[in-house]
Design a protein around this ligand. Structure first.
Ligand SMILES: Nc1ncnc2c1ncn2[C@@H]1O[C@H](COP(=O)(O)OP(=O)(O)OP(=O)(O)O)[C@@H](O)[C@H]1O
Ligand SMILES: [Mg+2]
Length: 157
């Protein structure tokens, strides 16, 4: 685990978004497995095995947990989405992270801050990444939820 520390406005989120392919960089070099790489889109970042959990979580409040986890990576053919398979995988992912979530079929809007954070972290694991970047994962959480998320990060490692 590596921590990046800085004051408000120091540029932590900006650096993370550069690594996620959201922003382009003005200068510098990104080294990946000892080779310089350029990351000009989120899919290029994903292809390098980098997954990002943004500071604002970027969840869709109106969608349920399953839909949020698989957004843009839905399982199934051209016209049919395999809801059963996605739900099964969602449960196993939640179990893997020991997440305490009442149901994977409830809207994310009705979850607590810690539970939402867990969903955001779980979503980053869908593509089996080699690096997970978390932007201030406990900033908005209480003492118990912070402990829960820190535990989660430990298990994730
Ligand atoms: N889209 C943008 N366009 C222009 N300036 C921006 C943009 N996003 C952030 N900034 C500025 O860049 C600087 C760094 O912001 P950034 O969000 O990376 O800080 P941070 O270290 O993540 O801070 P915090 O701890 O508050 O989350 C700030 O001065 C901010 O106002
Ligand atoms: Mg920030």
């Amino acid at each position: 685990m590596v921590a990046l520390v800085g004051d408000n406005g120091a540029g932590k989120s900006t650096l993370i978004k550069i690594l996620a392919g959201v922003y382009g960089s003005d200068g510098g070099t990104i080294m990946h497995r000892d080779k310089p790489v350029s990351i000009s889109s989120p899919s290029e970042s994903n292809a390098l095995g980098i997954a990002t959990v943004y500071q604002d979580l970027a969840l869709c409040d109106n969608l349920d947990v399953v839909a949020n986890l698989f957004l843009g990576h839905e399982i199934g053919g051209r016209a049919i989405i395999n809801e059963v398979e996605m739900e099964k995988r969602s449960w196993s992912l939640m179990q893997q992270l020991s997440a305490r979530i009442p149901s994977v079929r409830i809207a994310v809007a009705s979850l607590s801050g810690g539970q939402r954070q867990t969903v955001a972290i779980a979503r980053s694991l869908i593509g089996e990444p080699t690096v997970v970047i978390l932007d201030e994962p406990t900033a908005a959480l209480g003492v118990a939820q912070t402990a829960e998320v820190l535990n989660l990060i430990e298990r994730l490692r």
